[in-house]
Ligand binder design. Structure first.
Ligand code: NAD
Ligand code: ZN
Length: 344
């Protein structure tokens, strides 16, 4: 089968022909219908050899959708042809976080070498994808897999980040979204759908700010030295009750810490090297900072319901497997509108 693999440190991913996997006991084989392109893929492909821990060759794709092609021994509750989305942050399924559906925070995954598809296990940028357990599949039913596949990360990750700050996002509150790309443009919509806060979007690119307004941001602010002051002015001097940073580099985490209100949250989702120092004299009283990772299985179901009811829509650009390297180039160049999706 065809697969898009990262094979050589520092080189672009390559389209290769590899053997088709077959499902062992408990596993499910999917025929892939869509696979999302995430900035995290670019991040890991940019790591030097001594920091790269995802194995080579690596079939990319941690956002996956497919139809059930074959069932391993003992798998029940699924039928051949069922349309599904893949819950990506695989865990052991038995520890305390996993028992709450929070496999993203599994206590045993690291020690047992359990890795997400596309981030250690073979991913969804191929004609077929092996899923380790039926519990990692969520029914898609009649939703379009191409526009739905980003829900598994570009939807789930911001949803999880926003949900923890919900008690602060009361009427009259303000949320700031920094970085309106694949994750950020969904974050704006989730904030509009499940809160009544005012949404301010920040980005370095004018077209991303226009996109932010199209998907529901009340205000947009270009990133740069004046951004903090502009956000202060837009909030009548109070600052933001939550800042969701989808970049995570020093200038953006600094913007977050300079713009939060008393009691505000700085939420670092982007994998950049920026940090936030919380201290009595450095940040407003009762403010807090956190760095969430992906989301839970039940939150994925909630995000799918938001999409099913039409309250959020992922903007996608389609690419074939052959065009995969081009999709990553466009992501790198910042010329995508929303999420790139590979359709094998
Ligand atoms: P993306 O490239 O689609 O979007 C990034 C956006 O940030 C772009 O619109 C870009 O113009 C903007 N940007 C870049 N520099 C900026 C700056 N200095 N100020 C303001 N805006 C700036 O990326 P994505 O796929 O949406 O991923 C966003 C981040 O989230 C990445 O760092 C990715 O690795 C990370 N991520 C984290 C998790 C998690 O679980 N925490 C999950 C998925 C992705
Ligand atoms: Zn991702």
């Amino acid at each position: 089968m065809k697969a898009l693999q990262y094979r050589t440190i520092g080189s672009a991913p390559e389209l290769v022909d590899i053997p088709m996997p077959s499902p062992g006991p408990g596993e499910v084989l999917l025929r892939v219908t869509a696979a999302g392109v995430c900035h995290s893929d670019s991040f890991i492909m940019g790591l030097p050899e001594d920091q790269y821990v995802y194995g080579l060759p690596l079939t990319l794709g941690h956002e996956g959708a497919g139809t059930v092609e074959a069932l391993g021994a003992g798998v029940t509750g699924l039928d051949i042809g069922d349309a599904v989305l893949v819950y990506g942050p695989w865990g052991c399924g038995r520890c305390y976080p996993c028992s709450k559906g929070e496999e993203n925070y599994c206590e045993n995954a690291a020690a047992r070498g359990i890795k997400p598809p596309g981030l250690g296990a073979p991913g969804a940028m191929a004609e077929y994808l092996l899923v380790d357990d039926a519990r990692h599949l969520v029914p898609l039913e009649d939703l379009d897999p191409v526009v739905s596949v980003p829900l598994t990360d570009a939807g789930l990750t911001p949803y999880h980040a926003i949900k923890k700050s919900l008690p602060k996002l009361v009427p009259g509150s303000t949320a700031v979204v920094i970085g309106v790309g694949g994750l950020g443009h969904v974050a704006v919509q989730i904030l509009r759908a499940i809160t009544s806060c005012t949404v301010i979007a920040v980005d370095a690119a004018a077209d991303k700010l226009a996109h932010a307004r199209d998907v529901g941001a009340h205000h947009t602010v270009p990133s740069g030295p004046d951004a903090a002051e502009q956000i202060r002015t837009l909030t009548g001097g109070r600052g933001a009750d939550a800042v969701f940073d989808f970049v995570g580099i020093a200038p953006t985490t600094e913007l977050g810490s300079r713009t939060i209100a008393v009691g505000g949250d700085v939420v670092i989702v982007g994998v950049g090297p920026g940090t936030v120092a919380v201290g009595f004299f450095s940040t407003p009283w009762e403010s807090s900072a956190r760095a969430p990772y992906w989301g839970s299985r039940s939150e994925l179901i909630e995000v799918i319901e938001l999409a099913r009811s039409g309250r959020i829509t992922v903007d996608v650009e389609r690419f074939s497997l052959e065009q995969g390297p081009e999709a990553y180039r466009r992501l790198h160049d910042g010329t995508l509108r929303g999420r790139a999706v590979i359709v094998p």
